[in-house]
Design a binder for this molecule. Structure first.
Ligand code: KG4
Ligand code: ZN
Length: 348
């Protein structure tokens, strides 16, 4: 019976996200604890450190999200949801154990959420009117780069996938190469540096230019990542220290990677025609302003697509997407037994 409220918990990687969301899409309260600084020294996410940080932060984040929603305990929500995969197993377990505990203690419905479906469905909370099924989704995150035909809840057809690195992973690797801060992912730092640079400064290949497929390649095929690495390694010490050179590399990488995405999307659009007529951008890299600006929207280039993209803070990992994905499932009567055994580090 609507409206109902869901408490959502996200601990699949390095963000402890919690939110209370109502079934009509209203975000009642949210809290997020980022571990960016903790992982900074290691140049990436260290699973054991991430797990401990989730353990330390989760109780407080649940309390804060509930308080911001005007609630005093989880007894006042209608359901509890948690990301159970894919992700870092020991981190997923922290969130799942807490969600199972809360659902059991208060006798609430429990929903086990797929992290990627949560990214995808975010578009249906963030945009009014929500895009109806089916829609095409470009999902780009730290672990994924996929083009999906989203036909409904739990019904996503993979049309194209990366053959090597995910787009966020490529941003992170190039950021590391340029010695930028990469604790919470190098994407945001690389994006700001690229804003200062000339996108044609470093000649780089656009991957799979003539390849008739919907797949992506950020690393090996036509060697985009290798070309960036060589450009940096072959530069002199002074050059490498120069802001203009560094910004040029960042801008050139971003330009080549986004050109690659544009070409894949154009191919998909030309093959699939107007059905579906909506393109959803989701996942962490969809927070990137240049990606949002360049991805074809129907009115600026005549593309027969309506483009839908959540606000940047809802593109990266958060608790809202988990609560909302669960709300979508609950509306169809879908629930799960409250059990930690739902955790699946790998989940297609
Ligand atoms: O969805 P997400 O928060 O976590 C995963 O599920 O992977 O995505 C994180 C990824 C990281 O690789 C991060 O560097 C990238 O998204 N990212 C960005 C931006 N914000 C986050 N990449 C490029 N530009 C951004 N503004
Ligand atoms: Zn994610």
């Amino acid at each position: 019976r609507e409206p109902f409220t869901v408490l959502g918990i996200e601990t699949s990687c390095d963000d402890t996200g919690v939110a209370v969301v109502r079934s009509d899409g209203e975000i009642l309260g949210e809290a997020i604890a980022s571990q960016a600084e903790l992982h900074e020294a290691w140049g990436g996410v260290v699973p054991g450190i991430a797990r401990d940080a989730h353990r330390d932060a989760l109780g407080g984040a649940v309390e804060l999200a509930l308080r911001r929603a005007g609630l005093s305990s989880a007894a006042e929500v209608d359901a509890v949801a948690v990301t159970v995969g894919p992700g870092l197993e020991i981190c997923l377990r922290v969130g799942c154990e807490e969600a199972v505990r809360l659902a059991t203690a208060h006798g609430k419905a429990f929903v086990a959420v797929h992290h990627l479906e949560a990214h995808v469905l975010m578009a249906r909370l963030a945009c009014h009117p929500p895009p109806p099924f089916p829609f095409l989704t470009l999902l780009t995150s730290g672990g994924h780069c996929q083009l999906l035909l989203t036909r409904g809840i739990g019904d996503h057809q993979v049309i194209g996938s990366t053959l090597d690195d995910a787009l966020g992973e490529a941003y992170d690797k190039v950021a590391r190469l340029l010695e930028l801060p990469v604790g919470g992912g190098g994407g945001p730092a690389l994006e700001s540096l690229a804003r200062e640079g000339d996108p044609s400064a470093t000649p780089l290949p656009v991957p799979m230019r003539n390849k008739p497929s919907f797949d992506f390649s950020l690393a090996y095929h036509r060697r985009l990542k290798t070309a960036v690495r060589l450009a940096v390694e072959r530069a002199s010490e002074e050059e490498r220290a120069s802001p203009a050179f560094r910004a040029g590399v960042a801008a050139s990488f971003q330009n080549a990677a986004l050109r690659h995405l544009e070409m894949r999307l154009t191919r998909a659009r030309d093959s699939l025609g107007c059905a579906p007529d909506t393109l959803v951008l989701s996942g962490g890299v969809a927070a990137n302003a240049e990606l949002r600006r360049r991805t074809p929207s129907p009115r600026d280039d005549g593309a027969p697509w309506r483009m839908v993209v959540p606000p940047p803070r809802l593109c990266t990992d958060n608790g809202v997407m988990v609560a909302w994905a669960a709300a979508e499932r609950l509306k169809l009567g879908l629930t799960d037994a409250p059990d930690v055994e739902h955790v699946r580090a790998r989940w297609p």
